[in-house]
Design a protein. Structure first.
Length: 426
């Protein structure tokens, strides 16, 4: 599918975005192994999160959907059933990596597959700790999907993550629920903590001290009513659009403001963004609030070290901001971008160059000079949802109409994206 995007003269209005993808995945998986019914409000509408629901159904759990409300009838830690066929994670690395932690403890063998993109994404980082806990996992050479997971009685481990990864951390924490005793996970850099919050909400014994997480095995998780905030990673596209299009003022309601995800807001503020946070409250352990953003003269800057880990999903759209800023953008320590749905360093720099933007990819990041103007061009999502959405924002700044090939990739995480973009972009 192609989308034609015209330059914008203003970004304005008040919007509410779909539920956070990261939280939706975690709530669905944990609700399946909790005891009793969980009703999840504002569940993500993205295809990735529905891949998780499909896998949960295949494991014998009743799932009822009514709009963005999802009810899951949990059967407890030992209530999953052997799937009749393969478990299809679609394009969702979150589904494959995190659900593997639960499957590793089951008294049956599971086979997980994904689409062409997911089949190119390495799974060695989860295979290693799960194997240390006692599971047996087979993959293609190099640790690529599909995965065959032969569950076992798991033992607790003390595991230090080689790189900061919330998905790998969550995989080990989910497996730890089934291990007899205490599992410890140590992070080199703090990553998003939605799993820790959700485990605590559902009744797990979990302690967090700085970057050390301790989980007690065999808890009794209890189903409950859960609310998913709007996704701040989805909000990033509209924040950048409003910051860069002159005369803009936009309000985003009900956005998740988890401190491990608010790096985005801190970095934008440090670059000169006019952003106000209003009406903050806590729901199911997660902070939620309203964001007011106005167009601003952005300085640009450097993203590196711990900041990179906190912004890994937002870097594609921040690259757009960097080119339009005064000082440009330098990204370091982002080698993880090379193994996302696409090599996002390569796909970002390719599309920027098509728009006449000077930039340079490095092994672990990119350099983008500032004060540049965007030319209208034919752009490509390369099948990656974040690339499709990031360059839709770039198109708003161009000197003419842009066409984005493969724009339907956005539906993986945000099917409503182009409708909301048309709503706010004059």
């Amino acid at each position: 599918m192609q989308e034609r995007i015209s330059p914008a003269t203003r970004i304005s209005g008040e919007i509410c975005l779909p539920g956070d993808k990261s939280i939706s995945h975690r709530y669905a998986m944990l609700a399946a192994i909790a005891e009793g019914e969980s009703r999840i409000h504002n569940y993500s509408t993205g295809a990735d999160c529905h891949s998780t629901l499909g896998c949960v159904r295949s494991l014998g759990i009743a799932v009822h959907e009514q709009g963005s409300d999802v009810t899951i009838c949990g059967q407890g830690l030992d209530g999953l059933k052997p799937p009749a066929g393969v478990l299809d994670a679609g394009n969702s690395g979150s589904t494959m990596r995190m659900l593997s932690g639960i499957l590793a403890a089951q008294p049956f063998t599971s086979r997980m597959v994904g689409d062409e993109s997911l089949s190119r994404r390495p799974m060695g980082r989860i295979i290693k700790p799960l194997s240390e806990m006692g599971a047996s996992i087979s993959a293609r050479e190099g640790g690529f999907p599909p995965l065959e997971i032969r569950g076992a009685k798991l033992r607790p481990i003390d595991y230090t993550l080689p790189v900061a990864s919330a998905q790998v951390k969550s995989c080990v924490l989910f497996a730890a629920l089934y291990a007899g005793g205490t599992t410890v996970v140590r992070e080199p850099v703090r990553s998003r903590d939605h799993t820790e919050i959700a485990l605590r909400e559902l009744g797990a014994g979990i302690r967090v001290e700085r970057r050390v997480i301790t989980v007690e095995g065999r808890p009794r998780l209890t189903g409950r009513e859960l609310f998913v905030p709007s996704d701040i990673s989805s909000a990033a596209f509209f924040l950048v659009a409003a910051l860069l299009v002159p005369g803009s003022e936009l309000v985003l309601r009900g956005v998740g403001l988890n401190p491990t995800r608010s790096t985005l807001l801190d970095v934008l503020a440090s670059m000169g963004a006019s952003i106000r946070i209003l009406d903050v409250e806590e729901r199911n352990g997660e902070l939620v609030g309203k964001i007011l953003v106005k167009s601003s003269d952005m300085r640009g800057g450097v993203i590196e070290k711990e900041t990179t880990a906190g912004l890994i999903d937002e870097i594609p759209v921040l690259a757009i901001l960097g080119a339009a800023s005064r000082e440009g953008l330098l990204v370091r320590d982002a080698g993880e971008l090379r193994v996302k749905e696409t090599d996002r360093i390569a796909t970002v720099t390719e599309n920027l160059k098509r728009m006449g933007i000077r930039c340079e990819g490095t092994p672990d990041g990119m350099r983008i000079p500032g004060r540049q103007r965007f030319r209208a061009a034919g752009l490509d999502s390369f099948g990656d949802h974040r690339i499709a959405m990031a360059f839709s924002i770039a198109a708003l700044l161009a000197d003419g109409v842009c066409e984005i090939r493969g724009a339907d990739a956005a539906s993986v995480s945000f099917p409503e994206f182009f409708g909301i973009l048309r709503q706010v972009a004059a």
